[in-house]
Design a protein around this ligand. Structure first.
Ligand code: A2P
Length: 278
């Protein structure tokens, strides 16, 4: 089994730094994909109620025969469910077939009535009850982090944001790390778009690695947690194989230079309320 590094979060818990992403995995292909990921050595599955495949993730964990304590499970509270986090957390737990989550995130800082501050308070309560071990946020910009921390004094353990060589969100990364918040990268490969860049290809070749491994090694070097998604077992293993690759400072800087403002997902602040994902 590949040796995947763990990252210590500010609440003292350790998360495997490479997880398996389940966004845009169809329900009909999820169980097989997650079983294959677990067989390849992934011990961290990143999911969300909004992906509408949590039942299948739960079935895969059950079929794997692994102990619950050996698999880190993350889920996210979807926007349309922020009015009743307890009810929808319980639904997620039932679908995943577990009595607790390792990590629960507010999926988006949905602007309506600044509800995310109240939602953050709700998550703090649910954590105290033991239903969630760690709590964090996703797609939060610095001003959203300011709001929840100022109101509660409780700092999320992670902020999961879109992050890849052509979109590095340095302000959000800086805002997170200066508060001790770990950064999790969604679409760490830029949905594959960043893998054909000649600099990435050249750096990968110098390490006898693939472009995906070079990009993931770049993320890991800055302490970022990555959740690459693949339906292909060979690529699942390839992505885990990024862990031992050490890029030089010069190589890291060459990938840093690929910032191009290439945002694939929505921008939390410019999206109209009605356009927010449900
Ligand atoms: P596939 O499922 O066919 O492997 P991201 O995690 O950045 O959103 O990227 C996911 C996309 O990148 C998927 O389309 C996935 O395709 C592709 N992908 C995942 N791992 C690799 C890899 N090692 N090499 C090339 N493409 C990959």
């Amino acid at each position: 089994m590949p040796d995947v590094p763990s990252l210590r979060l500010h609440d003292g818990r350790s998360i495997p730094q490479i997880g398996f992403g389940t966004f845009r995995v169809e329900p009909g292909e999820t169980q097989q994909a997650v079983e294959e990921a677990l067989a390849a050595g992934y011990r961290h599955i990143d999911g969300a109620a909004g992906y509408e495949n949590e039942k299948e993730v739960g079935a895969a964990v059950a079929a794997s025969g692994l102990k619950r304590s050996d698999v880190w499970l993350t889920s996210k509270l979807r926007n349309g469910d922020q009015h009743d986090p307890r009810r929808f957390l319980e639904k997620t737990l039932t679908e995943l077939g577990t009595d607790h989550l390792d990590l629960y995130l507010i999926h988006w800082p949905h602007p309506t009535l600044g509800r995310y501050v109240q939602t953050w308070k709700d998550l703090i309560e649910l954590q105290a009850e033991g239903l969630i071990r760690s709590i964090g946020v996703s797609n939060f910009l610095p001003h959203h982090l300011d709001d929840i921390v100022a109101e509660t004094g409780v700092v999320p353990v992670v902020d999961q944001i879109e992050l890849h060589p052509s979109l590095q969100q340095r302000d959000a990364q800086e805002a997170a790390s200066s508060r001790g918040i770990a950064v999790e990268a969604w679409s760490p490969l830029g949905v594959g778009q960043d893998l054909t860049d000649p600099k990435v290809v050249e750096i990968a070749e110098a390490h006898d690695a693939t472009p995906a491994q070079a990009v993931l090694a770049w993320h890991l070097a800055s302490g970022t947690i990555v959740i690459p998604k693949s339906l292909n077992p060979q690529r699942m293993a390839e992505n885990l194989g990024a862990a031992p690759i050490e890029l030089s400072d010069d190589e890291l800087q060459r990938i840093d230079s690929l910032e191009a403002g290439n945002r694939i997902g929505p921008h939390p602040d410019t999206l109209a309320d009605s356009q927010y994902p449900r």
